[in-house]
Design a protein around this ligand. Structure first.
Ligand code: PMT
Length: 412
């Protein structure tokens, strides 16, 4: 439900903080990764060590910690999250959020973030019902902060009423519903190609390349995380099958084309596979034998023929053309020029140009430097993990469809 989502959990000083280890556990079980920030008050109810143990990550408590600033920087805590979840959120924290007070790490992050914020309030019923708190809640809602709960029930102070923090399972479900409602690619179908193709010479030998599938698989996962219904067509790779994605394993370029064609129609196609441009004209039925008595010392001559171009096929105008077709250009020299030429020749909408010279480690490595080339310009992205490239590309794709929807509405 929360596959791949990065949750920054801000724990503030209410008795309900004792439920946060269970909340972290359930968030992780739902597929999220969780990093925790605690206020001094929260440390009275649950220890940083507990939350660090269940989250498997460092817990951040101090805005003035030199080591934390050096390692991470407090702004990066928010940059590296998809959502900020404040649970429990005390009346005091809600008041600080509403009035822009930033006097510790938690409230500074909440003031500095541009990410969605969800809060699960927890406090005594009278504090919850107080006009000051209710006014603060209305202010925060008007600023698109999402409230989860509070629930009604027995309170730690012995009273009964509204103010209990929602149960961890309900908070996880609310977060899932939030992401569902904000999935810009919900209802969109995407096809992603990934990995190498393998072109047989005879029953035991083949021609292939060094693609690991890391980039293509990460793109399939990022599109899935944005709500798309993803078909991933992959050559042989050594990666686990991504959950929630329809994986089709193939070997040759011709298999890949057949699988892609069978997955049409689609709204989005991203061709990250390293498809062999050529294959051996006629695969030998039996293993080729060395026969030194033959001409040329028995060394076979392989005649190559061209493989179908899957990206160019997808880009052809017609009823089955996806609304957005994205190719990759794997280059070892004059990267941008070659990418522009490929964009024109293949007829796709965008090309992700990447330098695959051996010294870059792009083939098989964990990082990539992409230049997004379109007919209107070029964006130079930083060197970053392939997962980060995938997220950036998925976000760009999400924006593309959001803009498309908006312009449709304006035209109506
Ligand atoms: O798999 P990794 O180890 O993570 O490495 C990632 C990557 C380097 C393979 C990836 O980032 C990448 O660059 N993929 C495209 C590789 C490639 O074959 O590039 P190309 O410039 O030769 O082809 C241009 C485009 O046409 C690509 O989108 C390719 O998928 C597509 N193509 C090429 C030939 C063909 N017959 N059919 C195609 O669809």
């Amino acid at each position: 439900m929360l596959n791949g989502k990065r949750v920054l959990l801000i724990v503030t000083g209410g008795i309900a903080a004792y439920k946060t280890p269970e909340l972290v556990r359930q968030l992780i079980k739902a597929g999220a990764s969780v990093r925790c920030v605690m206020t001094k008050g929260a440390e009275q109810f649950v220890t940083p060590l507990t939350l660090s143990s269940v989250s498997g990550d460092k817990v951040y408590t101090d805005i003035f910690s030199l080591t934390d600033e050096h390692e991470m920087g407090h702004i990066n805590l928010s940059r590296e999250a998809d959502v900020l979840l404040v649970a429990p959120a005390t009346a005091n924290t809600l008041a600080k959020m509403a009035h822009g007070i930033a006097d510790d790490l938690a409230t500074t992050l909440l003031l500095a973030t541009d990410k969605p914020v969800l809060v699960a309030p927890a406090m005594n019923v009278r504090m919850w019902e107080h006009d000051a708190t209710q006014d603060n809640v209305e202010l925060l809602k008007a600023r698109h902060v999402t409230m989860i709960g509070p629930d009604e029930g027995d309170m730690a102070c012995g009273e009964w009423g509204e103010g209990r923090m929602s149960e961890p399972a309900d908070i996880v479900a609310s977060l899932g519903a939030f992401f569902d409602a904000h999935a810009p690619l919900k209802g969109r179908k995407a096809i992603v190609t990934s990995g190498p193709t393998v072109e047989p010479i005879d029953p035991v030998r083949f021609i292939a390349n060094r693609s690991s599938g890391k980039q293509g698989h990460a793109i399939a996962e990022a599109l899935r995380d944005m709500g798309a219904d993803v078909t991933l067509v992959s050559g042989p790779v050594n990666l686990p099958a991504p959950s929630g994605v329809n994986l089709i394993n193939i070997e040759t370029a011709r298999d890949m084309k057949a699988a892609v064609d069978a997955a049409l129609p689609a709204d989005i196609a991203v061709c990250a596979a390293a498809v062999a441009d050529w294959r051996v004209d006629s695969e030998a039925d039996q293993k080729l034998k060395k026969d030194n008595s033959k001409d040329n010392g028995g060394i076979p001559t392989l005649t190559m023929v061209e493989n179908p171009d899957i990206l160019a096929g997808l880009s052809q105008p017609g009823p089955n053309r996806p609304a957005l077709v994205v190719g990759f250009a794997a280059e070892t020299e004059t990267v941008i020029e070659h990418a522009r030429a490929k964009l024109a020749k293949k007829g796709c909408d965008w090309i992700c140009a990447n330098d695959v010279s051996p010294e870059t480690g792009t083939f098989g490595g964990d990082a990539n430097t992409v230049h997004l080339v379109s007919r209107t310009g070029i964006e130079n992205w930083p060197n970053q993990s392939k997962r980060a490239v995938a997220r950036q590309l998925a976000e760009r794709i999400g924006n593309y469809f959001t803009d498309l929807n908006t312009s449709d509405q304006v035209e109506c």
